[in-house]
Design a protein around this ligand. Structure first.
Ligand SMILES: [Zn+2]
Length: 156
């Protein structure tokens, strides 16, 4: 069963590679086991993966979390303060509507990231992956920016 194609992201594992879910589990586990090497790209990898898999962005709140995460990564210089404000805003359960997800969610998948052990190469691969997802969500980018403006405007 190693050659199962993922219906969400389109990954077709190479012969001998595990399926999408297992690749994800292994990469996430490695981030926690060797944070000094891989943690820097953990958030970006999680956002990219979730946005490519509809069950992970089933609610407006989870979609906002991951889409705004990539917006902060690519347009706000990975601003840690904004990530915190985003988290705080989402914890208030803001009344937001979930739009339709794009049918195509990025040409690059976890398969191009899986198996890279060099941290620098890994970081570049995650960035390329996440960037292809952000691009695929182009029609929802204005919405992500609106959500983020709301998030950073909240002062408590
Ligand atoms: Zn997948």
């Amino acid at each position: 069963m190693t050659n199962e194609i993922c219906l969400e992201c389109g990954l077709k594992p190479e012969p001998g590679q595990p399926n999408c879910q297992t690749q994800r589990d292994e990469l996430m586990a490695r981030d926690f086991e060797q944070p000094a090497l891989y943690w820097a790209f953990h958030r970006m990898a999680v956002d990219a993966y979730c946005l490519q898999h509809a069950p992970y962005v089933a609610s407006a709140k989870s979609l906002a979390a991951h889409l705004c995460g990539l917006c902060i990564a690519f347009e706000r210089g990975r601003n840690a303060g904004q990530l915190r404000q985003l988290q705080q805003w989402l914890s208030t359960n803001p009344k937001i509507e979930k739009p339709e997800l794009p049918a195509q969610r990025g040409a690059i998948t976890i398969g191009q990231v899986y198996g890279i052990s060099d941290p620098v190469q890994f970081g570049k691969a995650v960035e390329a992956w996440a960037s292809s997802v952000w691009e695929a969500y182009r029609s929802l980018q204005p919405l992500a920016r609106d959500w983020l403006s709301e998030a950073v405007a909240v002062r408590r």
